[in-house]
Design a protein around this ligand. Structure first.
Ligand SMILES: [Zn+2]
Length: 67
């Protein structure tokens, strides 16, 4: 029916697959979970204890912001 839409949809699937092939599944997953990056140094935060691997800064992602 809509050839262009279907082509675009297919493209994004292909792009995802090629990204996984290029970077590996773990890297792709890492790219999908970019929220787990340290606000202090931009380092990678452990998803288990929210602790930055680089500067030991702990990010409490689940806590509500208190302004
Ligand atoms: Zn950090």
């Amino acid at each position: 029916m809509d050839k262009r839409y279907r082509k675009n949809y297919q493209m994004s699937v292909v792009e995802n697959l090629s990204a996984i092939k290029q970077h590996g599944a773990s890297k792709f997953q890492e790219m999908q979970t970019q929220k787990y990056s340290c606000p202090k140094c931009d380092g990678v935060i452990s998803v288990h204890n929210r602790k930055c691997f680089q500067c030991d800064h702990i990010t409490k992602l689940v806590e509500k912001r208190i302004d």
